[in-house]
Design a protein around this ligand. Structure first.
Ligand code: 6GP
Length: 808
């Protein structure tokens, strides 16, 4: 485009924007608030996307290519405006025009609420996978819940986490389209009876409670291409908002009770990450979006397939993101048999061929199981089908392993009066995968070993990936520019091209520019910390960052105890030679997770102690950033020097923060866990710092014993000092962290914090030495960016296409 053409486009943009402002606000531009400016821009974005969206849908409706549907109870999509602008290729233009019109582009974008429709890992992964599918022009869609309140907002008050409701819809949401014409009725409770209709045994559901599922569709626009896929979020509504006869009889509250009960289903996201909370409402949620999502898929498929279900599983993949949508199996069976009139065997063949399942954790407390009575009562027909799936499965087992009662009981989907959702998902899918090599191995050899013996060909592994558009190009534009200036722009479409950066590994000019980018990003984060935490930090210090959900297995505690130890060393020897460090933490604790909340309190207490001590001469700073979410993450990753990935080995299925940090040039300080192992393989041992017990060692101790935390305590005076400080009033003006202290000593340190302490302290020392040699450090950092191509979610999606969905 030449400059006069560009000027014309800019003039057109400005005129349209000005007009839009009048339309959305009834004011002229000069008087429009930031919110109205944002809404005007959002409308313009939607207008430019919707025709492509319609075209994509028309193409898909011809049913030529295989469609993938991700079913997930969480989609942590983050803000969308920047992605849309950048994917449309107009971000520079909008930025330039905004500046010329005297508008604050960043401030306009910050008006967008950050949809927190997920807890973390598995929900954010789904968002990256949608982004990648569209970028790759692949038909893939999401089915989830449109929670009225997303994950709570975290405030830190007096050092403690306080939860505040996340009313993300309060100003409306401009990127969704409500499609009431595509609503589905979901039936709960009631009774099932069988009838003989035309010689066929038919099951009829009576006296059920109907709830209306209304879809809201969000366009997922591909990067600089024509593809616009859909994220469909279902909202629960009553069939009748108001019970008039009831009202007329004077029962005012009862007249609207049904409305609020119905709406409760999509009211809140359960705030547990890696944990299971067996509440009835959660089971309602699980069935709600599964039932609605499957129904629409079947309706759309039949419409484009001469009203027939032939070839369904050749064209449709239903991907179950962890076990929350595992009812997809029995629900598809129900639709095929009760609504489409197919027999059991045909229905089962289609179901297994259509379904695939990804597991995201091996923590036993996260494995879902529902009481039989609850399931039977709420979902009577679904329960009947699960019983029958199980009966047939047990018969097969009995054929294969006759008289092996113990094995067959342990594999039963229904056992000890619970429906086990992972078992259901495995039995009704043609593929089961873990999210990193180690995790998949643990699934095969331990967690799901029994099923692996029955279905050895069902097990796969696909290592997670993250969107390079969101987590590199859009959140670190300076690095994007530097990379493109150096190696051209091919990497924007194929992240493996980042390897070409290795040619610059000894180029001092590139070095300097690379360091400048990192420093600029650190200054941006430092300013954020000054304004939000009132702490001034040195942007030249090591930014050592651990951001993720607060969980015992993720071991924020190990990091915190080490900070306290470093503090003690500095108090003892104020001239200690070390690079100044800023330890940064962020993450939410599940509201009911007492121990995790104590860890937050501990970190903030250590921050208070350290930051107020002038004798440390600014060598040490500790900051806990409140309300970690996708938007904050986008400021944090580009500013990191050290990425803390220090989970107890064998416990973190993969991790994806580790990949986001790496892509932005941070050095991983990690255990041999999850995808850290694959990061090590990608960058080589000289560009990562690893430490600690291996997963095998942890497993061995857990199985056979032999670890006594008290022995470590007695041998290591550093640990003695730090643990005493937890309870002797050093922290938080006399606080005592007795529960943490007891977990480490009295309850034998289940996550091996003390066992790994010494190795961690050594690794941190190594980090200090490396950082003090800037040439080595920058080389390591560049190598990390250069080798991060494999962690693009585009690669993960390509793996799923090839291995699991069999899309060539
Ligand atoms: C998480 C895992 O903890 C994390 O290691 C992984 O990277 C992520 O999933 C994506 O695969 N698990 C969850 O978020 C979860 O709730 C039930 O698992």
């Amino acid at each position: 485009m030449n400059s006069s053409e560009r000027e014309k486009i800019k003039a057109a943009y400005k005129a349209t924007f000005t007009k839009k402002i009048e339309e959305v606000s009834g004011n002229c531009l000069a008087e429009a608030s930031l919110l109205k400016q944002y809404q005007a821009l959002a409308e313009m974005v939607m207008e430019s996307i919707t025709s492509q969206w319609a075209k994509t849908n028309t193409l898909y409706n011809k049913n030529e290519s295989k469609q993938v549907y991700f079913f997930s109870i969480e989609f942590l999509i983050g803000r969308l405006m920047k992605s849309y602008l950048s994917n449309l290729g107009v971000e520079d233009l909008v930025q330039e025009c905004s500046a010329e019109m005297g508008l604050d582009y960043e401030a306009i974008l910050s008006q967008e609420s950050d949809p927190g429709l997920g807890n973390g890992g598995l929900g954010r992964l789904m968002a990256c996978y949608l982004d990648s599918s569209s970028a790759m022009g692949m038909p893939a869609h999401g089915n989830g819940i449109r929670y009225k309140y997303g994950l709570f907002e975290q405030r830190i008050i007096n050092g403690e986490q306080i939860e505040v409701a996340d009313n993300w819809l309060k100003n409306g949401y401009p990127f969704e389209i409500r499609n009431p014409d595509k609503s589905v009725i979901v039936k709960y409770y009631g009774q099932i009876h069988s009838e003989n209709i035309n010689g066929n045994l038919t099951f009829v559901h009576e006296n059920y409670e109907p709830i209306m599922a209304v879809p809201y569709d969000v366009p997922i626009k591909g990067y600089r291409n024509e593809t616009v896929n859909s994220l469909r979020l279902w909202s629960a509504e009553p069939l009748e908002a108001f019970d008039l006869p009831c009202f007329n009889q004077g029962h005012f509250l009862n007249a609207v009770r049904h409305k609020s009960e119905a709406e409760a289903i999509s009211q809140i996201l359960y705030p547990n990450d890696n944990g299971f909370d067996g509440k009835l409402l959660r089971l309602k949620q699980e069935y709600f979006f599964v039932c609605a999502g499957i129904k629409r898929i079947v309706v759309d498929f039949k419409r484009s397939n001469n009203n027939s279900m032939d070839g369904f599983s050749d064209k449709i993949c239903i991907h179950i993101n962890d076990t929350h949508p595992a009812l997809c199996g029995p629900e598809l069976m129900r639709v095929l048999m009760d609504e489409e009139g197919l027999g059991w065997d045909d229905s089962w063949k289609i179901t297994v061929a259509a379904l695939s399942f990804t597991n995201h954790t091996v923590l036993p407390e996260a494995l879902e199981k529902w009481p039989v009575d609850m399931m039977k009562d709420l979902l009577p027909r679904i329960y009947m089908i699960i019983e029958e799936i199980n009966r047939r499965f047990l018969l097969e087992l009995d054929n294969e392993f006759p008289y092996d009662l113990e094995r067959n009981h342990s594999l039963s989907i229904i056992r000890d009066n619970y429906v086990h959702m992972a078992s259901l998902a495995i039995v009704s899918s043609h593929s089961v995968n873990g999210v990193a090599a180690l995790h998949s191995k643990i699934l095969r050899e331990e967690t799901f070993n029994g099923y692996y013996q029955v279905f050895p060909n069902r097990f796969y592994s696909v290592t997670n990936g993250v969107s390079p558009r969101r987590f590199l190009m859009n959140s670190n534009p300076e690095l994007k520019t530097l990379i493109t200036e150096s190696i051209g722009s091919a990497w924007e479409h194929n992240l493996f091209h980042l390897k070409k950066l290795l040619n610059y590994i000894s180029d001092p000019v590139f070095y300097e520019k690379f360091e400048d980018v990192k420093l600029a990003n650190k200054i941006r984060l430092a300013n954020y910390m000054t304004s939000h935490n009132n702490v001034n930090v040195d942007p030249h210090s090591i930014f050592d960052i651990q951001v993720k959900r607060i969980h015992e297995y993720k071991r924020q505690l190990l990091n915190a105890l080490h900070v306290l130890y470093l503090y003690n060393r500095l108090k003892e020897n104020p001239n200690l030679e070390m690079a100044p460090r800023t330890f940064i933490f962020a993450g939410k604790a599940a509201p009911g997770y007492y121990y995790a909340k104590e860890v937050i309190k501990l970190i903030t207490a250590i921050a208070e102690l350290v930051n107020a001590d002038p004798t440390l001469h600014d060598k040490l700073k500790v900051v806990f950033l409140a309300n970690f979410n996708v938007s904050l993450a986008e400021i944090i990753y580009p500013a990191a020097n050290i990425s803390e990935q220090i989970s107890t080995a064998g416990k973190e299925a993969s991790g994806t923060g580790n990949m986001k940090f790496m892509m932005n040039g941070a050095i991983t300080l990690g255990t041999m866990d999850g995808a850290n192992i694959e990061i090590l393989e990608a960058v080589g041992p000289s560009n990562i710092v690893t430490f600690g017990l291996s997963a095998d060692e942890v497993h061995h101790y857990q199985k056979y014993g032999g670890y006594r935390s008290i022995d470590i305590f007695e041998q290591d005076p550093r640990i003695q000092q730090v643990l005493h400080q937890l309870i002797d009033g050093t922290l938080g003006h006399g606080l005592s962290f007795q529960a943490i202290y007891d977990s480490l000593l009295l309850y034998n340190d289940g996550y091996f914090v003390l066992k790994d302490f010494s190795a961690y302290a050594d690794a941190q020392n190594q980090v200090d030495h490396l950082f003090r040699n800037p040439t080595i450090w920058t080389k390591m950092s560049i190598s990390n960016v250069a080798n991060s191509g494999i962690f693009s979610s585009d690669r993960s999606i390509a793996d799923y296409q090839r291995e699991i969905w069999k899309i060539i």
